[in-house]
Design a protein around this ligand. Structure first.
Ligand code: ADP
Length: 624
């Protein structure tokens, strides 16, 4: 039994591939966590870091509150089951399972006891004296699991363990592994690219893309409240229908107007979806509208709001039929799921309606969910840097000096921003004195199997915010006080491209330099081992030199290096903000560390020094 915690974990492979970027996650004891995402998104790398098979480039990995970065794999009390389980063909099942224990010099009696117990759990008792070649694929996979079980690990790691099995076996092994988890009551971490495995097995699912976590949630929340277009389209088969649309108010109703080429189509939007918008400023704007094929159902021609669609292609799957259709007289395609018994053929016209409560809305630019949030709220706010406050609704969040020093320089004024509050960060009781307090009214209650999701209204804020509690009794209309620990609040720019408060304070990027004039009349700026040359019309002499963090451009191709205006050094730390990465370096000639703004894929975790072109026009010189 064990819990796991990832704290700012990075993995950068030699050559500079960022396989995992700033992973922050807690996995509770006895959880069944599934990492899912397309090939190459960093799932296996994460698993291998837990196992200790891959060095952690930066950050801390905790098992049960102990940092294990440098603990060797065999001392981590973890076992791993791989996709390619290699059994010893010349040994019996018993000996295959016993092998690891014998190597670890576990007494014979104890080995026997553990194997009998594991064989019982896995239904392998009748096969213990057989050799692997006399077993089916599923039985062999169970032997591989048996080898892990007898080690009595604190954490079970499974890396696509079912992908070599045929479809039927995969289905039965899925439920066997789920049952195994229930019996063993230990933490399972499972990696797969298969969304069905993820949805059916995980108690918590972590969706990854390009090394970055997209959403961490229960299967039902992921399905009902995908955090962005990527998660929405990755989970669910066939994929969610997604359209470019405009969100409009018509009378006292709301519609999503889908546009494709010259055709348009209106989808009614439920009032709750509007109330759950993160901002009413989306009304009148272009958005992305999504509806799952299973939320579209067939109706009669004369039913109200019946939409005629023409069937293009059908796929009969037995219990259901997937119809690829087009809305009549438009270019708008619509995938619909029908009952398997329905008689339908290509070219048919059928009539459908939408479950409008299940229409998903996303921001057109950053593709994030904008209504019916389940994992995190993004709330429009203002930062007033001079006053040191962030305000939204009628609430002020005070920034202390340290926080202020961490704010990105371009946000040190008065700016519109977004604050992120995870839906599970709210408490009903005060924890610390500086907890943020909100007076709220419960407007909508959505109960799921595990949780209560409340949408609450705040004073001076029209749209609602989402709050998640353990399952309980909550009444619509009730007034409550919500407390939020300040560390759960994160500030982002308006477009959600970057976090605007870094992990480290901005020091000054300042040093002393000597300015000379060369024969061509150009200025030579000399500090430490660096020399920059440019036409700056400075008088010769000593200056204080301030290089703003955005004056550096990392260059990776030799021909793009501006020979006279570049610096080459090694960075030692970084902070991923989203679209940008802050890099930090210690250079002898600067009193303190310096900070550099770089792109998403730039990283300090490379073996070699990095070259940066410097924009001389951004440098500020002050004569000493
Ligand atoms: P997944 O398990 O999601 O398919 P991986 O964790 O295997 O993804 O890989 C994540 C990224 O890291 C990919 O871009 C992959 O090419 C790269 N990668 C994985 N292993 C290595 C390695 N040993 N050396 C260099 N790059 C690697």
């Amino acid at each position: 039994m064990a819990s796991l915690k990832f704290e700012h974990i990075y993995k950068v492979y030699e050559g500079g591939v960022k396989a995992v970027s700033d992973l922050n996650l807690e996995i509770k004891d006895n959880e069944f966590v599934v990492f899912v995402g397309p090939s190459g998104c960093g799932k296996s790398t994460t698993l291998r870091m837990i196992a200790g098979l891959e060095e952690i480039t930066s950050g801390n990995l905790y098992i049960d509150d102990k940092i294990v970065n440098d603990v060797s794999p065999k001392d981590r009390d973890i076992t791993m089951v791989f996709q390619n389980y290699a059994l010893y063909q010349h040994m019996t099942v018993y000996d295959n399972i016993a092998f690891g224990l014998k190597m670890a010099k576990v007494p014979k009696d104890e080995i026997k006891k553990r194997i009998e117990n594991a064989a019982e759990i896995l239904g392998l008792t009748p096969y213990l004296s057989r050799k692997p070649k006399a077993l089916s694929g599923g039985q062999r996979q169970r032997v591989a699991l048996g080898r892990s079980i007898v080690r009595e690990p604190k954490v079970f790691l499974l890396d696509e363990p079912l992908s070599n099995l045929d479809a039927k076996l995969r289905v039965s092994m899925r439920s066997e592994i789920t049952k195994l988890h229930r019996r063993l009551k230990t933490t399972f971490v499972y990696v797969t690219h298969d969304q069905t495995e993820a949805m059916t097995m995980g108690t918590i699912i972590v969706v990854m893309r390009n090394g970055v976590v997209q959403q961490v949630d229960t299967p039902s929340n992921l399905y009902d409240h995908p955090a962005n277009v990527f998660v929405a389209s990755f989970l669910g088969s066939p994929q969610m229908n997604l359209f470019n649309a405009k969100l409009l108010k018509e009378g006292n109703k709301y519609v999503g107007v889908i546009n494709k080429n010259d055709s348009t189509f209106k989808v009614h939007i439920h009032d709750n979806t509007i109330h759950q918008l993160i901002s009413y400023s989306y009304i009148g704007k272009d958005i992305i509208l999504g509806i799952r094929p299973e939320e579209i159902f067939e109706v009669n021609e004369d039913d109200e709001d019946a939409v005629p669609v023409i069937v293009d292609v059908i796929e009969k799957l037995g219990s259901e039929i997937i119809c690829y259709t087009q809305i009549e007289n438009t270019d708008i395609p619509l995938v619909v799921k029908l009952d398997g018994r329905k008689e339908v053929k290509e070219g048919d016209k059928i009539f459908v309606q939408f479950h409008t409560r299940h229409v998903h809305l996303f921001d057109k630019d950053n593709e994030r969910r904008i209504s019916g949030i389940s994992s995190e709220n993004y709330i429009k706010s203002k930062i007033d840097y001079d006053k040191g406050v962030v305000s939204f609704a009628n609430v002020d969040i005070k920034l202390n000096e340290e926080d202020k020093n961490k704010v990105l320089p371009e946000f040190r004024g008065s700016h519109d921003i977004l604050i992120k509050i995870p839906t599970n960060a709210f408490k009903l009781e005060k924890g610390k004195d500086d907890d943020l307090v909100l007076d709220a009214k419960i407007e909508i209650v959505e109960q799921s199997k595990e949780q209560s999701l409340l949408y609450v209204s705040l004073m001076h804020k029209k749209s609602y915010i989402a709050v998640k509690f353990n399952k309980g009794e909550y009444k619509e209309g009730e007034k409550i006080k919500l407390y939020i620990p300040l560390e759960n609040i994160t500030l982002y720019d308006e477009n959600l491209k970057n976090r605007i408060v870094s992990r480290f304070e901005f020091i000054s990027n300042t040093t002393k330099c000597l300015v000379k004039k060369n024969k061509k009349g150009l200025n030579e700026i000399i500090f430490g081992n660096f020399k920059l040359i440019g036409d700056l019309s400075l008088n010769e002499g000593e200056y204080n030199l301030f290089i703003p963090y955005d004056a550096f451009t990392p260059v990776n191709k030799r021909k793009e290096i501006n020979k006279h205006q570049c610096m080459k050094f090694k960075c030692v730390n970084e902070d991923s903000l989203g679209d940008n990465t802050l890099l930090y370096a210690n250079l002898d000639c600067f009193e303190d560390y310096i900070c550099i703004k770089a792109g998403k894929d730039d990283t300090c975790f490379k073996r070699n020094k990095q070259t940066f072109n410097i924009d001389l026009n951004k440098i500020i010189f002050t004569k000493i």
